[in-house]
Design a binder for this molecule. Structure first.
Ligand SMILES: NC(=O)c1ccc[n+]([C@@H]2O[C@H](COP(=O)([O-])OP(=O)(O)OC[C@H]3O[C@@H](n4cnc5c(N)ncnc54)[C@H](O)[C@@H]3O)[C@@H](O)[C@H]2O)c1
Length: 325
């Protein structure tokens, strides 16, 4: 049995408990949460032991799952890694760059497996394009959400945009050349809406808009590459691919257009969307990486790189922020 302990059983922690319960070969040893009301409710509903100190739960597990607020990620992960326990930690990896670098170093020294909760990597709409050749030159991203006080202890960049930053860094195999950004603090003291342009050394440009003060929700990434357009709708779990038709593209909707260089046939396709739950997929992938001694899908280095870009964006916004006062 794979023994896991969950640290933090608030909003997202409960989803993790539900999913761990469904993953075969897993035993939830218990949970740790300092909030008495939450802990009593969870102990009763899930019939799980509540541990009153973090160390005892870490000692009793093979791996810990950190779903506590971001400012506690470092201390919980550090304790566990030093005890040789594997770590799944929610995004962002840590509160500060210094903490994130220390976690990367500790993980490398101990040899444990660490996975960061950049769950969009497991979104069925993104899994649908797995294996497709990706070489975008232009990326357009919109992540819009209605206002919710949960998560507002950090800016919209670390709360929402970091999901897209991680996805983009996983796709664009080139270093960041420059970043420009602008943000507005409307409902909180930190940016609630931001627009960012990231230029990569290979010429790719990503334009990201994130808002947590919108009237409607949207989570879309559009990739434009030489021979195709790929639209990924993370919210509605739909993906579309539009490209020049190739002989092997059968059973796709296609139409002709006249161009200066002759007739071209355009093919439109909706790749098959796997019927999976992203959180269950990411937790299963973490367990498999430990048991099969393979690399985790979203490593601590990936988590650090996403934070690095997020912090560069925040520095840029520092000069460009428009506050409501
Ligand atoms: N991957 C995603 O899409 C996603 C979505 C939401 C939240 N998150 C991340 O998940 C984490 C938790 O977010 P949430 O929305 O569930 O917050 P939440 O406030 O609903 O829950 C956090 C829980 O952690 C508990 N807690 C506080 N200090 C703790 C400690 N030292 N040890 C253990 N537990 C502690 C709190 O009592 C609370 O029950 C954050 O890091 C957040 O960034 C990720």
């Amino acid at each position: 049995m794979f023994k896991v302990g969950v640290f933090g059983v608030g909003h997202l922690g409960k989803f993790h408990l539900n999913n761990w319960k469904e993953i075969p070969g897993t035993e939830i040893v218990g949970f740790y949460d300092p909030n008495d009301d939450t802990a009593l409710e969870v102990a009763d509903k899930y019939q799980l032991p509540r541990f009153l100190d973090a160390d005892s739960l870490i000692d009793a597990c093979d791996a810990i799952d950190v779903v506590a607020p971001t400012n506690y990620h470092f201390e919980l992960c550090e304790k566990a890694i030093k005890k040789g326990k594997h770590v799944f930690v929610e995004k962002p990896l840590a509160n500060t760059m210094d903490e994130a670098r220390q976690l990367v170093k500790l993980t490398a020294e101990s040899g444990i497996k660490c996975q960061v909760g950049h769950v969009e990597r497991f979104n069925p709409a993104f899994l649908a394009i797995k294996g497709m050749p990706l070489n975008p030159m232009f990326i357009e991203v919109h992540r819009l959400a209605q206002f919710n006080p949960r998560g507002t202890e950090v800016s919209v960049i670390l709360d929402l945009m970091i999901h897209d930053i991680d996805i983009i860094l996983s796709i664009v195999k080139s270093d960041v050349k420059s970043i420009s950004a602008s943000g507005v603090a409307v409902m909180t003291e930190t940016p609630d809406i931001a627009n960012v342009r990231i230029e990569f050394n290979n010429g790719c440009v990503a334009n990201l808009t994130s808002s947590r003060i919108s009237m409607k929700k949207m989570r879309k990434i559009r990739l434009f590459q030489k021979d195709s357009y790929i639209g990924i709708d993370f919210l509605n779990k739909k993906t579309e691919v539009i490209k020049l038709k190739e002989p092997q593209d059968s059973n796709v909707f296609a139409f002709d257009i006249e161009t200066p260089s002759g007739k071209k046939t355009i093919a439109m396709a909706n790749p098959l969307i796997p019927e999976v739950n992203a959180i269950k997929e990411e937790l299963t992938a973490f367990k498999n990486a430990i048991q099969q001694n393979t690399r985790t899908t979203v490593t601590e280095v990936d988590g650090l790189m996403a934070m690095d870009v997020a912090h560069q964006i925040l520095e840029k916004i520092g000069n460009n922020i428009i506050s409501r006062s």
